[in-house]
Design a protein around this ligand. Structure first.
Ligand SMILES: [Mn+2]
Length: 426
């Protein structure tokens, strides 16, 4: 039996911070778009049950828009033999019950803050759902206090909108320990927009928003697919179909000679991301990037000038196969002035000592002092690499001199930056 589940959809909210060229098409990128994709994919993948973990609708005033979008989607799902269940969250506490009353086959679980269960069956597989809905915008009581489940057939799954491990919260505070000991096999949670890593071994956590609604929601988004067989959860997959992807890129400019070289570095990073996104079954139509330039360079001012003069071009970047429109939502410049290592190395304080070691690293490969430094580093790293908890990552205990030198250099530069920034603050 296949299940599709999503956390916070927020139908009615328009993704923010889109550039001019995309704001006209915001409908194709936001909550209603991901919902339509979910409907299509649920039918195509032979899903039997679709679950919505609250905050399906942004607010009361979105009733008509949400009605049109949900009604149409749910009709299609029902025609495909798919059942739809939801619980209400703090945003849709009033609007969701009303929508459920209007839309046939839209089942709201746990009205009036009372736990509700129901068992579904498909061939030999059963699923028992336990759900609870918000009945006021703020709920200070822990809904699990009133939860005394009677286990039903098959996998027993809890659907809940709640604030986990925030004891003073006014959004239905619950604790991880209570969820674990509640007697169910799985908890799919709504409210927090950052998705957690759900696995068949630990199927308890936040599903996250179905699509990132602003740059503050970077990373992978989409609904989840669960598979049940012989009364157990056998697979859980985060199904990354969000039509809009937000991401943060840091681009180290330390190596550049000319300000224009930064464009190439930036494109390379976008290319890498583009390859990842294009490999998806449904690549996003658009991706918004928050880019931070880092590292050390004396060209900071000229880099900033260069990018500020071509603002428009940064709203419409294509890369690779060009299926995703990239845009730069924000550029920031955390570039430090270049260091004069030789100058620093003459100092007798900790930065001076560190600078001398760094110069050694970059110096003559056969220098005995360099060799000794690297031998020590490799011994220490090998000790770490041999620890049992790294074993599953494969046998990487052979650390080459070259690799050790690069790690030392990066660690040394980072430490030097830290030491010098403390000096600047004095
Ligand atoms: Mn919420």
């Amino acid at each position: 039996m296949k299940i599709m589940a999503t956390g916070d959809l927020h139908i009615g909210r328009v993704p923010s911070r889109l550039p001019e060229s995309l704001s006209q098409r915001a409908d194709e990128l936001g909550p209603s778009a991901v919902w339509n994709l979910m409907v299509e994919q649920a039918i195509e993948k032979g899903v039997k049950v679709v679950l919505l973990a609250g905050d399906v609708v942004e607010e009361e005033s979105d009733f008509f828009e949400a009605y049109r979008i949900l009604d149409e989607g749910i009709r299609r799902l029902v025609r495909g033999g798919i059942k739809v269940f939801a619980v209400a969250g703090n945003h849709d506490v009033r609007v969701l019950p009303r929508l459920a009353d209007q839309i046939d086959d839209f089942h709201l679980l746990g009205r009036e803050g009372e736990w509700e269960s129901c068992t579904l069956q498909e061939d030999t597989e059963s699923l028992t759902l336990h759900g609870w809905s918000f009945n006021t915008e703020k709920v200070i009581d822990n809904p699990l206090r009133e939860f005394h489940p009677r286990r039903g057939a098959g996998v027993n799954l809890g659907l809940l909108h709640c604030d986990r491990d925030q004891s003073g919260s006014v959004y239905a505070p619950v604790s991880s320990a209570e969820l674990k000991s509640a007697g169910l096999d799985c908890w799919l949670l709504g409210h927090i927009h950052v998705p957690e890593r759900l696995t068949p071994e630990l199927p308890i956590g936040y599903l996250g928003s179905a699509v990132g609604l602003d740059p503050g929601e970077p990373g992978d988004r989409g609904p989840w697919l669960l598979e049940l067989a012989k009364g157990r959860i056998t697979a859980i997959e985060h199904f990354l179909i969000a039509p809009l992807h937000w991401d943060r890129l840091t681009v180290d400019v330390s190596s550049i000679q000319e300000p224009e070289d930064v464009r190439g570095l930036l494109l390379k990073r976008i290319d890498e991301l583009s390859r990842d996104l294009t490999a998806r079954a449904l690549p996003p139509a658009a991706a918004g990037l928050r880019v931070e330039f880092t590292g050390r360079s004396d060209l900071r001012g000229r880099i900033q000038e260069l990018f500020e003069s071509q603002h428009e071009a940064l709203e419409n970047l294509y890369s690779g196969e060009g299926r995703t429109q990239f845009f730069i939502e924000r550029l920031s410049y955390s570039i430090q002035p270049a260091l004069d290592m030789a100058d620093l190395a003459r100092r007798s304080d900790p930065p001076g000592l560190l600078a001398r070691q760094l110069l050694k690293l970059e110096g003559e490969p056969e220098d005995p002092e360099r060799r000794e430094l690297l031998a020590k580093a490799r011994a220490r790293l090998a000790e770490q690499a041999a620890k049992p908890w790294w074993r599953t990552l494969g046998d990487d205990s052979q650390i080459s001199e070259e690799k050790a030198a690069e790690w030392l250099r990066q660690a040394g530069l980072a430490a030097l930056d830290k030491l010098l920034s403390q000096e600047e603050k004095k």
